[in-house]
Write a protein that binds this ligand. Structure first.
Ligand code: EPU
Length: 421
C-alpha cells in the first residue's frame, strides 16, 4: 500500500485548479442509467471512487467511453445485469446510488446492502422506505436488497433524517415515476442540486433543489442524447487546500471553484485570521505568515458546517492559538484522526461527540494512518506543519477522494512524496 512522506514546515504558496466534485460525480454517473441515449459527463475527477463506479456500471453491461480529458460517455442501452455485488459495494458505499435508477427504469435491482463503515453505522433505511412508499417491492435476503416494481408511483415522502444519497436515490427514482413525488426534509447539498440540474437537462421535472422540499413530476422517459454535462467543482477539496494554506501561514489562490458553496467554511477561516478574497470562480486566502486562531464549530447538513471538513479543522486547531470545541452531529464515529493527532503531540480531549482542542505551538512528525478519507487528509495537513517527517499510511483512502494530492501540494511548495508499496 502506498504511503505519503511529508516533511513539515513550508508555508504553502501558489495557484491551484480545483477538480470536479466526487460526491456530485458519483450520483450523476448513476443517474446516467436513466438516460435512453448516450450522455457525456465532463469535469470528472480522477479518483478511485470514479473508477469503482465505472467498473460497477461496466459489469452491468453499460457501455462507457473515456477520452483523454476523462470525459465519460455513458450508454445504458446495452445494460444486461441489474446487480451490484458485495465486493464492490463494500469498497464504495455510494454504489447504493444505482438502486433508485435501476428500479425506476428497468423495474428491478439486486444491490448488496452496505455494511457499517469506519465513520458510523450509516444505514440506508430511508432509501428503502422511500422506494417502498413509491410502490417498489423490497426485501433484504442474504445481505442483498432485492427490489422490483412495474412503474413506481409518485407520493409524498417525509424523510425523518436529512440524507444526501437518500435524497439523491429517491429523486432519481421519482424522475421516472407515475405522477408527482414530494420529498420533504430533503438534503440541500450543492451535489443534490447538481444531480437535479443534470436530470432536468435530460428532460426530468425536478423543482426545488437546494431547498428542503423537492417536487418531482415523473416523466415517461429521460434522454441525455447529445448532452455534455460538467460536474460542479469540489467544495470539500477546495476547503481542504484552504485549510492547508491557513495552517501553514501561507497564501493560495484556488481556480475553478465555487466560493458561494463554501460560506460556512470561509466564515470559520476568516475567524481563524485568514484574509480571503473571492470572485465568481476563484478564492484567494492569505494568512500573512500568522498562526491561526482557534475556531469552534458544529457540523450539520448544508448550508451549515460540513462534516466532510471537520477533520481538517481539527488539524488546524491542533496548532492554533487558543482552545476550540468541535462537535460532530452527522456521524457517530468521525473522530478517528484524534488519536493519531495525539501521537503527533496534539492536545485533544474527546467528550462524547465533542473534541476539545487546545492548540500547541508545534506538532512532531510520526507514522500515522486513518481509516477514512477525510481523516486521512487531515493527517496530511497535520504533517505539513509538523516538525520532522510524517508518514501517512493507507493512503488508498485519500486516493478515493483527492485527485493527485501529493502533486497538488508539491505544486504549492510542500515537501511531500508518494512511496509506492
Ligand atoms: N442515515 C440514516 N438512514 C438513512 C440514510 C442516512 O439514518 O437511510 C443517517 C446516517 O447514518 C448519517 C446521516 O443520516 O448519520 C447522514 O448521512 P447521509 O445519508 O447524508 O450520508 P451519505 O449520503 O451516506 C454523503 C456523502 C458523505 C458525506 C455525507 C454527509 C456521498 C457519496 N457521500 O454520504 O461524504 O459525509 O453525505 O454530508 O455523497 C466523504 O466524501 O468523505 C463522505 C463521507
Amino acid at each position: 500500500m502506498d504511503k505519503l512522506l511529508i516533511s513539515g514546515g513550508t508555508p504553502l504558496s501558489g495557484d491551484l485548479r480545483v477538480s470536479g466534485a466526487k460526491n456530485a460525480a458519483l450520483p450523476i454517473l448513476a443517474g446516467a442509467l436513466l438516460s435512453e441515449g448516450a450522455v457525456t459527463i465532463g469535469n470528472v475527477p480522477h479518483l478511485h471512487d470514479i473508477t469503482t463506479t465505472m467498473e460497477l456500471l461496466g459489469r452491468m453491461g453499460v457501455h462507457l467511453v473515456v477520452d483523454e480529458k476523462l470525459n465519460i460517455e455513458v450508454d445504458a442501452s446495452t445494460i444486461k445485469s441489474f446487480y451490484a455485488p458485495y465486493e464492490m459495494v463494500k469498497t464504495m458505499r455510494a454504489s447504493i446510488l444505482v438502486l433508485g435508477p435501476l428500479v425506476a427504469r428497468f423495474g428491478r435491482a439486486e444491490v448488496s446492502l452496505p455494511g457499517g463503515c469506519a465513520i458510523g453505522t450509516r444505514p440506508v433505511n430511508l432509501h428503502l422506505q422511500g422506494l417502498a412508499a413509491m410502490g417498489a417491492d423490497i426485501s433484504v435476503r442474504n445481505g442483498y436488497i432485492h427490489a422490483t416494481a412495474k412503474r413506481l408511483k409518485g407520493c409524498r415522502l417525509v424523510l425523518d433524517q436529512i440524507t444526501v444519497t437518500g435524497t439523491e436515490n429517491l429523486m432519481m427514482a421519482a424522475a421516472l415515476a407515475e405522477g408527482t413525488t414530494i420529498i420533504e426534509n430533503a438534503a440541500r447539498e450543492p451535489e443534490v442540486v447538481d444531480l437535479a440540474d443534470f436530470l432536468n437537462e435530460m428532460g426530468a421535472k425536478v423543482y426545488g433543489a437546494g431547498t428542503d422540499i423537492l417536487e418531482i413530476e415523473g416523466v415517461q422517459a429521460l434522454s441525455g442524447k447529445g448532452l455534455h454535462y460538467n460536474i460542479l467543482p469540489d467544495r470539500i477539496e477546495s476547503g481542504t487546500y484552504l485549510v492547508a494554506a491557513a495552517m501553514t501561514g501561507g497564501r493560495i489562490r484556488l481556480k475553478n471553484t465555487r466560493p458561494d458553496l463554501l460560506d460556512a467554511v470561509l466564515i470559520k477561516l476568516r475567524e481563524a485570521g485568514a484574509h480571503i478574497d473571492c470572485g465568481e470562480n476563484w478564492i484567494e486566502l492569505d494568512m500573512r505568515g500568522q498562526r491561526p486562531k482557534s475556531v469552534s464549530l458544529r457540523t450539520a447538513p448544508y448550508p451549515a458546517f460540513p462534516t466532510d471538513m471537520q477533520a481538517q479543522f481539527t488539524a488546524m486547531n491542533c496548532i492554533a492559538e487558543g482552545t476550540a470545541t468541535i462537535t460532530e452531529t452527522v456521524f457517530e464515529n468521525r473522530f478517528m484522526h484524534v488519536q493519531e493527532m495525539q501521537r503527533m503531540g496534539a492536545n485533544i480531549k474527546l467528550e462524547s461527540n465533542t473534541a476539545i482542542v487546545t492548540g500547541v505551538s508545534r506538532l512532531t512528525g510520526a507514522p500515522v494512518m486513518a481509516t477514512d478519507l477525510r481523516a486521512s487528509a487531515s493527517l496530511v495537513l497535520a504533517g505539513l506543519v509538523a516538525e520532522g517527517q510524517t508518514i501517512v499510511e493507507r493512503i488508498y483512502h485519500i486516493d478515493r477522494g483527492y485527485e493527485c494530492i501529493e502533486e497538488k501540494l508539491s505544486q504549492l511548495g510542500a515537501e511531500i512524496k508518494r512511496i509506492p508499496s
